[in-house]
Design a protein around this ligand. Structure first.
Ligand SMILES: N[C@H](CCC[C@H](N)C(=O)O)C(=O)O
Length: 282
């Protein structure tokens, strides 16, 4: 099946975006076999991406539905940078003229607002602190948890944003053990669906630096939901105020959370190129 796609990124977190409205896709289970998603995600044998985003008609009241597939072929329910690129995509493809777009994912509904200066603000929903909502196994909800692996132990905050996140505090993100601790914690037994792992350096009460080892993709240049997770975890620990600038390797996001309602994330969404490719669908 030859399909058109658009390559986009949010601060270097990159996506292969497929219009599944004007190009109806098979609806049974994954739209493509997992090994084909992995091939397409390969930066040597395919398009290359951290996540594939598939835009589909909404099943309920929302304007659209979108599906999110990590480069390892796993399907997930939340992608902050992807949501911003999705909003820009549906407007540029003429699928909507709206500036406020309601989209449904497996995690529920989100509202995306496109501002005039090409920034997009996403209401990422409220943080979920209860272990079974993250999900993680733990005796009960806590400000932090000690995760043991072999002879090592890490103190992390953990939160659900429609996808699971744990965040460690580090002195300096440049020397954080992302390559060693990232894969270990991603697959830690206390996270039954694995977890995204953030390494946070607090610069001030309004500013952090962050690196994220993403579930199903490895370290990315930016992670929108990871930035939201780090901020609310930092607020819960008393380190951060309501409005925080998050500096990631690919650029900066503005995150606001006032203790109730949704976490609001604002940042850019960039178009790279349009292409087409033959994709195996069975
Ligand atoms: N790797 C994530 C999905 C993509 C999240 C990230 N790209 C973002 O911007 O939020 C997960 O498995 O939950």
């Amino acid at each position: 099946m030859n399909l058109r796609f658009t390559k986009m990124h949010g601060l270097g977190n990159d996506f292969m975006v497929i219009d599944g409205i004007n190009q109806p896709l098979p609806e049974n289970g994954l739209p493509f076999p997992a090994d084909e998603i992995r091939r397409l995600g390969s930066r040597h044998f395919g398009v290359g991406f951290d996540q594939m985003l598939i835009v589909q008609p909404a099943q309920g009241e929302a304007d659209f539905r979108y599906r999110i597939l990590n480069a390892d072929g796993s399907e997930v329910s939340q992608c902050g940078n992807g949501a911003r690129c999705f909003a820009r995509f549906v407007r540029e493809q003429g699928l909507t003229q709206k500036q406020d777009i309601v989209v449904e994912t497996a995690a529920g509904q989100m509202t995306l607002s496109v501002t005039d200066d090409e920034q997009v603000t996403v209401d990422m929903g409220a943080p979920r602190w209860a272990p079974d909502a993250i999900p993680m196994t733990a005796k009960g909800e806590a400000d932090s948890y000690f995760l043991v692996s072999g002879t090592q132990a890490w103190e992390v905050g953990a939160v659900g944003l429609g996808n699971p996140h744990c965040t460690l505090l580090v002195e300096n993100v440049d020397t954080a053990p992302v390559e060693s601790a990232g894969p270990l914690l991603e697959c830690h037994e206390q996270f039954p669906e694995r977890v995204n792992v953030g390494f946070m350096q607090v610069v001030s009460r309004e500013e952090i630096r962050l690196r994220v080892y993403e579930r199903g993709a490895g370290e990315t240049l930016a992670c929108g939901s990871g930035a939201c997770a780090a901020v609310v975890i930092g607020q819960r620990r008393g380190w951060l105020d309501n409005a925080v600038t998050v500096h990631l390797p690919g650029g900066s996001l503005h995150i606001e959370y006032h203790g109730e309602g949704g976490i609001r994330m604002t940042g850019p969404a960039s178009h790279v190129y349009d292409g087409s490719i033959d994709i195996k669908t069975d």
